[in-house]
Design a protein around this ligand. Structure first.
Ligand SMILES: [Zn+2]
Length: 494
């Protein structure tokens, strides 16, 4: 039995978003627990599809003693403030020191965190942890699929283990994999690691592992992760980050340096060979409305419009109304849209009550360029307290707390509204307001890819729409200044 310190600090930073992540954003719960320090962290994450939960369960099964640090996450947004980063890192370091003699460290990190004063914030956390425990204590970190893996991260951690799915249905599994890697390291296995960064950015909506080319590439990565390799990870990266380490990478760690470097290089060259398959497919709002008008979707199989640029899971604010306003048109019927974050509209709806009609200026609170609110008289169809449990494969077990919610209707378009922003990636977010998504002809969802896990099976078609929002779908349109020399902002088409 070994003594393993367990902590987590997750943030995916869209450096182009002006909305920073402050300490309070990490303190507050969303679909995932708020900042939890000490022993309560094990219960806080239990049963949720989160790496820390999978790690704890697996490591306990392997009879290790787990020592709690702290765990927190905040919704993807602009830079993490210096204050938030320093306070939370200090807690991790202080608790790591306080536990005294430990045999290993596990950290649940994202891998694409950028702080106001640190471009490679995850690398810095690992560096500080390494400083505390010294060179010989194994440190294993799990990383998101969207990690922008840096050399510092690869050097300071003994091993990195990253998700294999997008939608991320394997977060808890990834934590369990990290526990097994750490178990091997604790038995004295000596490893080297190797990282290869690629030279083109991959748009988020081209990264789904439910489609090619990543479906087969990820399958290759999974089957090549075998002895003498302990871990082999293909991380497509989070493209909306203006930092030198932004981009896809292949990482491995193992006991045989030759096999390790050969395997990593092979997978990286395969990724390069398939670059053109990552090219972006986007619809303008006008094109999407034409497709919707043309569609004759069978009942129970809606056409889904992914409002990716305002996806709060990638730095959007879930309040732009461009796509929804275009759907409020006589030619389109049976629309369900959401989830719009507008606490004032939700409060007014709760004050008026179910069945009432209220005049609202809905959405467009964050001032996204080119976006205006939807001013109308809405019928309040249903109300909810925003507390429910995720049921889909991605948000499984997540205990949502989205504040007062309302289902509003205008001209046959129903819109789910919440008081806190959350990516529309689980049907429970709508069922909480007593509507069944499959009963609609058109779903307009504030999500890029994660919605595919729960909504994909009911969809007749999925169109990715370029509507107003800060999460620019085409990385080539972002004003980068700090990418590595030679880095292409979008994949070559041939
Ligand atoms: Zn991710």
């Amino acid at each position: 039995m070994s003594r393993i310190a367990v902590g987590g600090f997750q943030h995916e930073t869209n450096t182009f978003s002006p909305v920073k992540a402050a300490f309070v954003d990490f303190e507050a719960p969303d679909a995932w627990p708020g900042l939890t320090r000490g022993g309560a962290l094990f219960d806080a994450v239990a049963g949720i599809n989160l790496p820390a939960a999978g790690f704890v369960q697996e490591a306990r099964g392997l009879h290790h003693e787990l020592l709690p640090l702290s765990w927190c996450s905040a919704q993807p947004s602009g830079h993490v403030t210096r204050d938030a980063f320093e306070r939370i890192s200090a807690m991790l370091v202080e608790d790591l020191r306080a536990h005294g003699n430990i045999d290993a460290v596990y950290l649940d990190l994202h891998g694409a965190m950028v702080a106001e004063h640190l471009d490679d914030a995850d690398g810095e956390i690992l560096r500080r942890a390494r400083d505390v425990v010294g060179a010989d204590v194994p440190i294993v970190a799990s990383l998101d699929f969207h990690a922008n893996v840096s050399r510092q991260m690869a050097q300071c951690a003994t091993a990195l283990v990253s998700y294999r799915t997008y939608p991320h249905v394997d977060m808890a599994d990834c934590g369990a994999r990290a526990a097994r890697v750490l178990h091997d390291l604790l038995r004295g296995t000596q490893v080297a690691s190797y990282l290869e960064q690629l030279d083109f950015l991959i748009p988020l909506t081209s990264q789904s592992t439910l489609a090619e080319p990543l479906q087969s590439l990820m399958h290759e990565a999974e089957s090549a992760e075998r002895s003498p390799l302990l871990s082999l990870g293909l991380a497509p990266g989070f493209p909306a980050a203006d930092v030198a380490d932004c981009g896809p990478s292949v990482y491995g760690c193992g006991t045989d340096v030759f096999v390790l470097t050969t395997t990593v290089r092979q997978l990286a060259s395969e990724l390069r060979r398939r670059e053109a398959e990552f090219a972006l497919e986007l619809y303008t709002i006008e094109q999407a409305i034409v497709e919707v008008g043309r569609a004759d979707a069978p009942r129970g199989q809606p056409i889904i419009l992914a409002d990716t640029q305002d996806n709060p899971g990638a730095g959007g604010n879930a309040d732009t109304m461009g796509l929804i306003k275009a759907l409020v048109t006589p030619g389109v019927q049976g629309v369900l849209a959401g989830v719009i974050c507008d606490p004032e509209a939700a409060a007014k709806s709760h004050a008026a009550g179910e069945g009432a009609r209220v005049d609202l200026s809905l959405g467009a609170l964050s001032g996204t360029a080119g976006d205006t609110p939807l001013d109308a008289r809405f019928k309040i169809v249903a109300l909810g307290d925003g507390r429910f449990t995720g049921t889909g494969p991605f948000y499984r077990g997540a205990r949502f707390d989205l504040g007062p919610m309302a289902l509003l209707e205008v001209d046959g378009v129903r819109i789910a509204v919440a008081s806190r922003k959350q990516q529309a990636a689980d049907q429970a977010m709508f069922r909480h307001l007593r509507v069944e998504p499959a009963d609609f002809a058109v779903l307009a969802l504030k999500s890029s890819v994660h919605f595919r896990a729960d909504f994909g099976p009911i969809a007749s078609r999925i169109l990715v729409v370029e509507a107003p929002g800060p999460n620019i779908a085409d990385p080539a349109k972002l004003p980068f200044t700090r990418l590595r020399p030679g880095m292409r902002a979008s994949p070559r088409r041939s």
